[in-house]
Design a protein around this ligand. Structure first.
Ligand code: COA
Length: 261
């Protein structure tokens, strides 16, 4: 598949997806959102895909929603605006549920929807000079479609501070609040991402996907409420081909079949 604003490189089970609108700092317009939605729909069905790395071409990861695109929406009806926003909301939902390990490689800046894209990734690795921010209120709007994912990562307290002020913050703060998982010098960024890619490739693909699907089902519910669900989930995985392969390989001190080195 070809895209206007994505540059894709495939390396076996790993897909490298670069946001590719560097002139406007990889801001998302309608076409970029359509590209990401098409990519996510294909990724949802791709049984060979195990790890994804999102990055940004040019100076920054992403400057978020395209201000010119949003300004244009003033000429459209409320219903058109809702449909347009729903397309972006669907895109974030689709990326959030790709059944693979999704890693964000952040350099320069991840602002607005750029920080939102980080929030729908499983692992976020940032270089130490990168800046973050839910800057929407500075532009007279607000972080809306990204809010469920961001609040799930950073909690209501940090969301109230950062959404309401729109202030920018550094990578260390982003790690403190749970938006980012590792902060490294720029010179180590690709190596740090590579270490997570390798970890992803040594995890069982179906175990990883099942764990990813389980987390939002369990979050916010009591242990008693999810007892049956968690028992059924592990019961299914134990007797699955990978469950059996992994357990037997461990006992035999061998490598399971899914490990790629
Ligand atoms: N939407 C549309 N265009 C954007 C954009 C956005 N979100 N962010 C940057 N651009 C455009 C700029 O208007 C500029 O266009 P020009 O070359 O025609 O003047 C170009 O991208 C380069 O931007 P510039 O600010 O000069 O780049 P920089 O490398 O110095 O800084 C950022 C990069 C990301 C730190 C800075 O562009 C920025 O803060 N952008 C706003 C991010 C934001 O608040 N996003 C939330 C949107 S809801």
């Amino acid at each position: 598949m070809s895209y206007w604003f994505l540059a894709i490189r495939r390396d076996g089970p790993v897909e490298y997806v670069a946001l590719n609108r560097p002139d406007v700092r990889n801001a998302f317009n309608e076409q970029a959102i359509a590209d990401l939605s098409s990519w996510a729909a294909a990724a949802q069905q791709d049984r060979d895909l195990r790890v994804v790395v999102f990055s940004g071409e040019g100076k920054v990861f992403s400057a978020g929603a395209d201000a010119a695109w949003m300004a244009k929406m003033a000429a459209y009806s409320r219903e058109d605006n809702i449909q347009d926003a729903l397309a972006a909301a669907s895109m974030f939902h689709a990326i959030n549920t790709v059944p693979a390990l999704v890693i964000a490689r952040i350099h320069g800046a991840a602002l607005g929807g750029g920080s939102g894209l980080a929030a729908v990734c499983d692992v976020v690795v940032a270089e130490d000079q990168a800046i973050f921010g839910f800057t929407e209120t500075k532009l007279g709007i607000l972080p809306a479609m990204i809010s469920p994912y961001v609040i799930a990562k950073i909690g209501q307290s940090a969301a109230r501070e950062l959404f309401l002020t729109g202030m920018r913050f550094d990578a260390v703060r982003a790690k403190d609040i749970g938006l980012v998982h590792a902060v490294v010098p720029m010179s180590d960024l690709d190596a740090a991402v590579g270490r997570y890619v390798a970890e992803g490739l040594s995890a069982s693909p179906t175990g990883l996907a099942a764990a990813k699907a389980l987390i939002p089902k369990v979050a916010g519910r009591t242990a008693a409420e999810v007892m049956r669900l968690t028992a059924e989930t592990i019961a299914d995985q134990r007797v699955s081909a990978e469950g059996q392969d992994g357990l037997k390989a461990f006992l035999a001190k061998a490598k399971p079949r899914w490990v790629v080195e």
